[in-house]
Design a protein around this ligand. Sequence first.
Ligand code: TPP
Length: 656
Amino acid sequence: MFHLGFEPEILSDDQIATLERLRIQASTDILTMTTLANSGHPGGSMSTLPALLLMYANCRVDPAAPHDPMRDRIIVSHGHISPGTYSALSAFGFCDRDEAIIQFRRFGSHFSGHVEISVPGVEWNTGNLGQGLSVGVGAALAGRLTNAEPGKDLREQSHPSAFKALVLMGDGEQQKGQISEARRLAVKYGCTNLVAYVDANHLQIGGDTSDIMPQNISAGWASDGWDVIECDGHDWQELYSALRMAYNNGSGRPVVIVARTVMGKGVDFMEDLAKYHGQAVPRDKIAGAIAQLGGQDRVDELEARRNALPKGELGHDFFEVPPPSIKVGSPRIYEAGTVTDCRSGYGNAMQELAELNNVDGVKIAAFDADLEGSVKLGGFHKTSPAGFIQGGIQEHNSATASGRLSKEGFVTFFSTFGVFGVTETFNQQRLNGFNRANLKLVCTHCGTDVGEDGPTHQVIDYVGLLRSTFDWNVFVPADANQCDRMIRLVAGRPGNDFVGMGRSKMPVIEKADGSLFYDGTVGFTPGRADVLRDGDDGAILACGPMVGPAVAAHDLIFEETGKRVRVVNMASLRPYDADAIHAAAKTGYVLTAEDHHPDTGLGGLVALEIADAGMATKLERAGVNQWPMSGKPNDIFAAFRLDAEGLAGRAIAALG
Ligand SMILES: Cc1ncc(C[n+]2csc(CCOP(=O)(O)OP(=O)(O)O)c2C)c(N)n1
């Protein structure tokens, strides 16, 4: 395999000849696969190709070990240049060249329209532009955190990074604000192990980038503290020396290469035409295009093979990156009678996790978004300064960077208010899900329980949003005890887990005899609901801050009617306890209670489950069913009839 490892200072004629041969072959493959698929993005693939080939030829990557933890990470952010990426990867042995060509964009194939991690060598599923640099920052932070001293802020540490991260982007893509968020975080945490490349072909879908959205790309990067190298992206010698300089960074600042390139490079009728951003060369022109490149025309043969492929099937294999094994400690007990908030349960658990695990090195990291006090990460920060990443008011970047870090061998938490951690950044979280990250997203100030901040901050859609992905578990603790168990559980297991809580202090959940319900013997099991009060005359299914009022409602209903209503804590909303819902439905009256929109939260899922199971019951869904208002949470709960009296009143009216 052709490998230079950035050893030569300048490229020899032979090396340039080899690179040129690889470029011609890969350009031919790009044209062939897009024409056979009759779709795809050849133009940017061909302009970015020299950078891709030089990176795979020089970085520490090995097709025999594509997931080696010490490899350099090559991240393609403009995921639409999948033809270029697959062609470059196959040139270096990461995947089969002919398979990539004939399978490209076919249903059932790994070689999707935008790059996917099911192809060896692809680091992240991208295509939603603007996110790749954040992925690179997450990877670069991992390189920095490996071998970091836990007791010292990462900014004060200058040990060598374990590996490098390189991110390729388009120039139109530079219009996304998340990129500037990412570059600031990279500078702040000294990510000189990060190299960025901008493919400045000056075109995007709608035409010239200077017409679509005028922007001084180099000045933008420089103003955020990056070193900028401008070069000709088709001159092997110039591009190589720029990459070599950036890779061996000696300035102490991360480096971006802004490379002037030509869309559709090498084919005269494609060059510099925006239409070839996302259009294949027509079938009757492909032979001429390949002849111009000097490539080998195998289009007829490969077309016949593509046409003969069996029908595809749903589903992909992908490599799961296990998080490290950590100590989760023992439950911390908040005794009966305690009035406290779930946030403190979270903060205390995080501090203890740091004390237990971030001892010889950093195993657990936590991102904050300028809400350290509110989300209670102060104890973690103090205990483990290196593990604490202050991402600022840049939640899109933090969501993606923390997602990436969670796939880099670090248990990674990201905390902010629910409205910023889920609603604001939903697409980033959706893609963390699709990338099979292991992020622990712990959001406080969920629902109307945010103090008096008002509706802009009252997130009542987070359950529905996360449940509309396929990879997020959703947990809502009923008290600080349950929160403590949840945090320890999610910290120690793979996958994307969301834990959402309000702001207020509330009494811990007790049994009817006044003893603690969530004592040290009751752990948290995803998909299991807990029956807090028995009864067969009806059932209240509640979650989060509505669990306490539901328990109180049980007593009020009994006092008034002599009827016993079962109270179930549905803390696990994905997976959820279908048996508990069926059992509730059998009582003939189900009341759901949540500090959330009742159509998309607990109420919605209970209604669907009952309908899917073909059961008939009276169902009432209590929740936040119009824009709320500023106010004390208890006043808001009362207005929505979510307090004990409101819930009891609903049940008494329904039960007759
Ligand atoms: C967030 C987002 N918005 C819009 C799109 C649709 N889109 C795909 S490619 C593209 C233009 C990208 O231009 P550039 O980065 O210059 O890439 P090139 O044209 O050079 O391939 C757009 C708008 C997207 N993929 N992601």
